[in-house]
Design a binder for this molecule. Structure first.
Ligand code: CMP
Length: 143
């Protein structure tokens, strides 16, 4: 079954939005198979956002994501990668549709509440970066 990496960013945790965000993915029907509240190190942030290394906002991005706890999660379900991206809304909250997480709660492109993998390749890479195999659980749940 397909899995994706989702992370409530420091602004989402500080604004007490973690429950609301977990709730949306649970109600949609996806299965939470891994979760941890963690403080991201500078090294992990730079690896995770490596593809943005040359962007002018890279320093700001790394500074922000390491500024407070994040909720790192692995979610499982049919087409969960693309569906979660739709539920998150566009990267820039200004362009994110109402009803999406960023459309409802985000204000700026830097502080946009949540991160989600954009492809099967990045999902695998990001899950492996943030989780050990034994931190991802297998269990059956009610549909
Ligand atoms: P995310 O999906 O976590 O992946 C890369 C992040 O870069 C993106 O969300 C945005 O939060 C951030 N980002 C994109 N553009 C800008 C920008 N112009 N200034 C600051 N951060 C940005």
């Amino acid at each position: 079954m397909e899995q994706t990496f989702l992370m409530v960013k420091p602004d989402g945790v500080q604004r007490n939005l973690t429950g609301e965000i977990v709730n949306r993915f649970e109600r949609k029907g996806f299965k939470l198979v891994g979760a941890k509240l963690m403080q991201i190190s500078d090294e992990l942030a730079k690896t995770h956002y490596g593809e943005h290394e040359d962007k002018p906002f890279f320093g700001e991005l790394v500074g922000f994501i390491t500024s407070g706890p994040v909720l790192a999660m692995v979610w499982e379900g049919e087409n969960v990668i693309a569906t979660a991206r739709n539920m998150m809304g566009k990267t820039n909250p200004l362009e994110a549709a109402p009803g999406t997480i960023r459309g409802d709660y985000g204000v700026t492109v830097g502080k946009n509440i949540i991160h989600g993998s954009d492809s099967p390749e990045s999902a695998q890479k990001e899950i492996n970066l943030f989780f050990n195999d034994n931190e991802i659980l297998s269990y059956s749940k009610q549909d």
